[in-house]
Ligand binder design. Structure first.
Ligand code: FRU
Length: 534
């Protein structure tokens, strides 16, 4: 394999070659037990272009994907089959299916037909379980004579027994909410407009009913603590249950590009209630689904397995530089699949908030896992005693799991307590990805700038240093706080899950040769700062 191929992500979906962006049409075939992922696809180049297709891939475990061709094309060359979604029309409300098609495989796709004149919404249905599609003869199903009207996401609303479609009226900052009984004639019900971060335009809205986890686990306390020590933590309701909360809440996902606080693309969400016509957020706050630079156009799977789980995927890149990253012959990858729940957590000792919690779904093959995972147990880090680990067989794919207890009392808050983990390249130790901590900021950062790759050095938007965590997991006393970090490295992508998934940061990084981490160095400049436990 070429160096390039060796750098291809293993756990994150990439197309065989060419350009991809948003995940589209995510659904589960409960008959054949297959997950379907479609995506914005321009196979002829490593840049976005038209005709833009829906590429298609399938998976049995949500980690390993197989490319299965182009699902459908736009009718003309200089046009695009833009982003959209798929539902399973079990009861044949659309009339597209006859009895020979298994109810669990009645896939109906909604997508935006992009032409130089306008963006209109199209329906296509599949008679072979999602591999080939036939356009509905009555297309378009929605046309408001706008060039900025796109990204239909359809869900089922049980109480009103209606289909609900959300659409971005992008540059009006509106999420338009439509309802339908038959998937082809739609009625406008409401508009959720001018909320949260607006930037240049809204894209890829979506509604999902997300389970609320009411119970909280308590984590083991560090051994140097006694029961009398006061502990504030994000496991605030230790072993408790808050029964006043509902079982589920609705979440509205909304992408914005450009205009992210970190530059370029960002995915925000609102938690609230949806009554079948209107979405009403519980609070005026907007939150970020991922605080990194490379997580956009998130979409949830159509929940056809009958369960309540909300799983979804984002495009793991950023429109600021996604077309120029040094990978070939493929360009861009998807995020890992994440499972979402709503949990109460305490960002600080005075507030309790509802927050979307993310957990990666990963099927690491046993071999990979044994060779490359590492955990660090009870250790105290000293300036004279840095910790160093060699990855015995560097593959560029591994997970790590650490908890740090930070004692900053020694410095009386006058000196930055610092700490860093360097993930060094296996071929060139001077190329490394750094995760650092500064007590003064009480925050972690990531630094992806220590690379010899010209794209990293020269692209003005491939920002080096980003803050990746805003709050500790536990504040054990006024001077002692702890942080939890779970990371998945996959060749050129690092997903960092902090504090059991209350905050996630996904970022691309590039080394000049093989993107394989060979050595991990943990060090501090100050005394008595860290107890590392697991
Ligand atoms: C978001 C987006 C969508 C559009 C698609 C085009 O990344 O701009 O709004 O449908 O990409 O590829």
């Amino acid at each position: 394999t070429s160096t390039y191929e060796a750098n291809r992500p293993h756990l994150h979906y990439t197309a065989p070659s060419g350009w991809i962006n948003d995940p589209n049409g995510l659904w589960y075939d409960a008959k054949d037990q297959i997950w379907h992922l479609y995506f914005q696809y321009y196979p002829y180049s490593e840049y976005w272009g038209e005709p833009l297709y829906w590429g298609h891939s399938v998976s049995e475990d949500l980690t390993h994907w197989n490319y299965s061709g182009i699902a459908f094309s736009p009718p003309k060359n200089n046009t695009g089959a833009f982003s959209g979604s798929i539902v399973v029309d079990h009861n044949n409300t659309s009339g597209f299916f006859n009895d020979s098609i298994d109810p669990r495989q009645r896939a109906v796709a909604f997508w935006t037909y992009n032409t130089p004149e306008d963006q209109t919404q199209f329906v296509s249905y599949s008679l072979d379980g999602g591999y080939n599609f036939t356009p509905y003869s009555g297309n378009p199903i929605l046309n408001i004579s706008s060039t900025q009207h796109r990204d239909p996401k359809v869900v089922w609303h049980e109480e009103s027994q209606k289909w609900i479609l959300t659409l971005a009226h992008s540059q009006k900052y509106e999420v338009l909410i439509y309802s339908s009984k038959n998937l082809t004639s739609w009625q406008l019900e409401s508009s959720f407009s001018h909320h949260g971060i607006m930037g240049y335009q809204y894209e890829c809205p979506g509604l999902a009913r997300v389970p609320i986890v009411k119970t909280f686990h308590s984590d083991e306390l560090p051994s140097n603590l006694t029961d009398s020590d006061e502990v504030w933590s994000n496991s605030f309701f230790d072993n408790g249950t808050n029964s006043s909360l509902p079982d589920t809440a609705w979440v509205l996902f909304l992408s914005v590009n450009p205009g992210a606080p970190l530059g370029g693309s960002v995915n925000q969400y609102f938690i609230g209630d949806f009554n079948g016509t209107h979405f009403v957020p519980y609070t005026s706050q907007t939150r970020f689904l991922d605080v990194g630079k490379d997580f956009y156009a998130f979409q949830a799977f159509f929940n056809s397995a009958g369960g309540t789980d909300v799983l979804g995927i984002a495009w793991a890149s950023n429109w600021e530089y996604g077309q120029y990253v040094p990978t070939t012959p493929w360009k861009s990858s998807m995020s890992l699949v994440r499972n979402f729940t709503i949990r109460q957590y305490a960002p600080n000792p005075e507030s309790v908030e509802l927050n979307l919690n993310s957990e990666p779904i990963l099927n690491l093959d046993g071999q990979l896992k044994n060779e490359t995972s590492f955990k660090i147990y009870n250790q105290t880090l000293l300036p004279s005693k840095p910790l160093s680990y060699n990855v015995s067989k560097p593959t560029g794919v591994f997970e790590f799991d650490l908890t740090f207890t930070v004692d900053d009392s020694y410095y009386n808050n006058t000196i930055f307590a610092d700490f860093s983990i360097l993930f060094r390249g296996s071929r060139d130790r001077e190329e490394y990805l750094k995760i650092g901590y500064e007590a003064n900021a009480a925050s972690f950062y990531i630094d992806r700038g220590h690379s010899k790759v010209s794209f990293v050095k020269e692209n003005p938007y491939f920002t080096d240093r980003l803050s990746v965590l805003n709050e500790p997991y536990e504040m054990i006393s006024s001077n002692l706080s702890s942080y939890k970090v779970y990371g998945v490295f996959d060749k050129n992508i690092l997903e960092l899950y902090f504090n059991d998934g209350s905050e996630v940061s996904t970022n691309l990084f590039f080394f000049s040769d093989r993107n394989f981490v060979g050595e991990i160095d943990i060090s501090t400049k100050h005394d008595k700062i860290f107890i590392i436990r697991n």
